[in-house]
Design a protein around this ligand. Sequence first.
Ligand code: DOR
Ligand code: ZN
Length: 427
Amino acid sequence: MKLLVKGGRVIDPASGMDQLADVLIQDGKVMGIDRNISIDEGEMLDASGKLVCPGFIDIHVHLREPGFEYKEDIATGTRAAAAGGFATICCMPNTDPVIDNAAVTSFVRERSRKAGVVNVLPIGAVTRRQEGNELAEIAEMVAAGCVAISDDGRPVMRADIMRYALEYSKMFQIPVMSHCEDLHLSKGGQMHEGFFSTIYGLKGIPAEAEEVMVARDLLLAKLTGAHLHLCHVSTAGSIQMIKRAKSEGVHVTCEVTPHHLTLTDEIVGSYDTDTKVNPPLRSQEHLETLWKALKDGTIDCIATDHAPHHFESKDCEYELAASGISGLETAVPVVMSLVHKGILDLKTMVEKMSLGPARVLGLDRGRLEVGAIADLTIIDPEAVRTVDPAKFYSQGKNTPFKGLEYKGWPYATIVAGKIVARDGIIA
Ligand code: DOR
Ligand code: ZN
């Protein structure tokens, strides 16, 4: 079975390619990238005016299955991913039961094969039931297919446990993905602590709640020589410390979300609970530091932290609302808005959503070259659409981007040579 992606602007950050070319796909692999390829049988996808990129990878997704299928499940979450332009996603273990052993890991992989439409790579828990007290069955989970460990949603509060987790993960060459939050500092907080929290009368979460844990984890990464990956970094102080640690040779990588790159704490004044997220939306100064850090390489990748919630857990007072943003179906247009504003260049954007995340996890993906698995993300940079959560494939309609108009949307998502989504519609 042949598929020819015709006439698009091929962008491959790994090789530096950025030119008009056709991409020939056969039996799930890229067979040729060249000008004027023609085929006499098979399918053709007209990509003129479109950006043809390596398949996007999101290393931070909450799929909610098993246990919270009323928020999201593998079928709806992977469809949201495909519609949003992602060929591969990694799912977090804060499910019920928690992904803290081989059996639950195998369940997620099996369900993904049957019900999923994109590649799903599970992330195992750091500690049993994510309770923070004893390590999960890391060796078994890695053998069953986990690509990293994380207690995301909750921090690992005990420094000794974090140290052991890093030492263990090093043996398996996987990163510990750390959700940095000192719960004693963030307790009761609803939004970023600063000017607007005072004005709005909501209890704040200081930047330091994240930063003290970033500092601790960097010290432990240095001590153990293990790979530390910092989830959803959101403050200038975190960036400063990560930058320094990298220059000292500490094995640290980090991610940033589309919402932390584009929204400030000011919008919490709407009291719209869809703006409530953890870590919270920060102030403009923090945002500007994140932009710089993306460009200078301090930030390795963009990840959505897709956190779908049920309508009822957002339809309440701000203080009672669940934290999280349903992010898979808005990531590309939201990040493209930074490109259109000249804050981010196209090559960096593509890199931070494909090669960057692949490198963080050591995945053999994220490149658009002959011989590679044919995972492709095709973007229409001129398409203009308004975010309408009612049209989401995700069950989570919780997005602060609703009603906003964006230019630059996914046009097609190809997984192993198969078109799984086209113009936002699942094939
Ligand atoms: O806002 C968030 N929601 N932050 C997290 O760390 C977890 C996530 C969730 O699972 O809902
Ligand atoms: Zn988190």
